[in-house]
Design a protein around this ligand. Structure first.
Ligand SMILES: [Fe+2]
Ligand SMILES: [Fe+2]
Length: 272
């Protein structure tokens, strides 16, 4: 029987997008079946790769070299769906990576339940977006994609709390801020398929941010530190972008992310 950490590393080392998500979904089902049977898979330990395996395409470009397209055209909307598919594939790897990388830190089984569920949902999100692209005669890999998405993972490879702060509580929370406008774009264009996929993503991403804040608070409780102060210090240290309003305050609150976590960081970015 494979351990959960070994399964996670296997997903990380699978290059093909659809292949990666198929394996991820299968292993997630195995984890939950083992939990339901009262015989959970061992967490074990395994060494995740520095960079997850990825397909030969899309070509990865620096953000400044990415072509800009308007969302008023089908080509522009396909570029947007392609960019989101790329984010989702990165999220698949990010979640399997956090499962495999920090097994030396003892965590309750509920932590792994949450992260396997999040990883499984990212697999679903990537597949949904690939379906949308394919319905329009395109596919993941047809356009260039953003290089450097693994940077947040690389920067926090030795810092579990840093990873929780930057990935679910900054990057995935940012997703909650921008998804409503994206939904509008596809609704206006009458692309019901894409709008339905984005609805699923929007609803499930609230959960991912919530898992982040739940386990971040749990870890701060272990050391009796103020989670807000720890969050501020870690984001300043590891996050090189800007926290920019407007924030989706309602969804952030639903995910357990209060304004005094993110507003002070946005204010100080505005003063620089
Ligand atoms: Fe997602
Ligand atoms: Fe997510």
């Amino acid at each position: 029987m494979k351990t959960l950490a070994e399964m996670a590393v296997e997903v990380l080392n699978t290059a093909d997008g659809r292949g990666k998500t198929a394996l991820g979904r299968r292993y997630a089902a195995e984890w939950f079946a083992s939990r339901a049977a009262g015989q959970p898979l061992e967490i074990g330990s395994a060494t995740p790769p520095d960079r997850p395996a990825r397909p030969a395409l899309p070509e990865l470009l620096a953000p400044r070299d990415m072509p800009r397209r308007r969302t008023g055209t089908l080509a522009g909307r396909l570029a947007l769906l392609h960019a989101v598919a790329h984010i989702e594939l990165n999220a698949v790897d990010l979640h399997w990576d956090i499962i495999a990388r920090f097994t030396h830190i003892p965590m309750p089984p509920g932590f792994y339940d949450d992260w396997v569920k999040a990883a499984d949902e990212e697999c679903k999100h990537f597949n949904l977006l690939c379906d949308c692209l394919e319905a329009h005669g395109s596919h993941y890999g047809a356009l260039p994609a953003h290089a450097g998405m693994w940077q947040a993972a690389a920067d926090t490879r030795d810092d579990f709390l840093g990873r929780l702060a930057v990935v679910p509580m900054v990057l995935e929370a940012r997703g909650l801020d921008v998804t409503p406008q994206m939904l509008e774009v596809f609704r206006k264009a009458g692309d019901e398929g894409a709008a339905a996929a984005l609805e699923v993503i929007y609803a499930e991403e609230v959960g991912h941010v919530a898992y982040g804040s739940k386990w971040f608070n749990f870890m701060c409780g272990r050391t009796n530190e103020d989670p807000k102060d720890v969050f501020h210090a870690l984001v300043r240290r590891y996050f090189h972008g800007q926290l920019k309003p407007p924030f989706n305050e309602e969804k952030r609150a639903e995910a357990g992310l209060p304004p005094d976590f993110y507003w002070p960081l946005a204010d100080e970015a505005g003063q620089l």
